[in-house]
Ligand binder design. Structure first.
Ligand code: ZN
Length: 235
């Protein structure tokens, strides 16, 4: 297993998430830390959160448009190198081959060393989109993106298969990777505040997140963490 570098030694990290603020809540401090270190961080945004409001003045179309702007604002704060919208329908995501083809294509195009997504194996309370995005992403990394006979139209278009070294799950019960976000915690809060339709009114957001990040870092030699469960893929 010694041919795997340390968690911060890779070059390209790709997040695949269900809803527009999922990246920010789970991983914004990590993205900012990695971007600051010159890493390439990519976001694949599966839905645009077009049902995520109690405000009756929105339609799914107007909400989607606003939330995509919010993602782009957050991406600016965090230094994401690229954001890809898959435009799946919020709340309707299914783990099927149609979605898998879209995720596989992004993996083959961007060639991430690490793919980061929702933990689909976490018991029990989960949004179905989180479960289905996590599962589809897992199955996209292995075996679908790496073997050329899956979706041969990619190869015909010049898009080569790709082997990802690791998958990391956020929201996992027993994380084994802890990223120091002490210096990027304030950027995480700034990125979250870009999601006006979601977090604008929550005054205690920073305090709650600081508490949670401190809890995740309780056995680490630093103050605040985001945490992941890693799975190393056969190479
Ligand atoms: Zn979500």
């Amino acid at each position: 297993m010694s041919d795997y570098p340390g968690p911060e030694e890779y070059e390209t990290y790709m997040w695949v998430v269900a809803h527009p603020d999922d990246l920010d809540f789970s991983s914004a401090g990590t993205v900012k830390r990695f971007a600051n270190a010159g890493k390439r961080c990519i976001l694949v945004q599966v839905t645009s959160g077009d049902h995520g409001t109690g405000d009756r003045s929105f339609t799914p179309e107007t909400l989607r448009s606003q939330r995509e702007h919010e993602v782009e604002d957050s991406a600016q704060v965090l230094g994401l190198a690229d954001v890809v919208f898959l435009h799946e329908r919020d709340g309707y995501v299914e783990a099927n081959m149609t979605l898998r083809e879209k995720i596989v294509k992004q993996i083959r195009l961007h060639k991430p060393d690490v793919v980061i997504t929702h933990d689909p194996f976490r018991p029990y309370a989960m949004h179905p989109d989180h479960r289905n995005v996590g599962l589809s992403t897992h199955d996209s990394v292995y075996p679908t993106a790496r073997d050329h006979l899956y979706f041969p139209e990619h190869l015909e278009a010049g898009i080569e298969p790709h082997k990802t070294a690791e998958i990391w799950y956020f929201g996992a019960e027993s994380p084994d990777i802890f990223i120091d976000i002490t210096d990027t915690f304030d950027d995480k809060i700034r990125a979250l505040k870009a999601h006006d339709t979601q977090v604008g009114a929550r005054a205690d957001l920073a305090d709650r997140l600081r508490e949670r990040s401190a809890e995740l870092a309780k056995d680490q030699p630093f103050e605040l963490a985001e945490a992941y469960k890693s799975v190393r893929m056969m190479r």
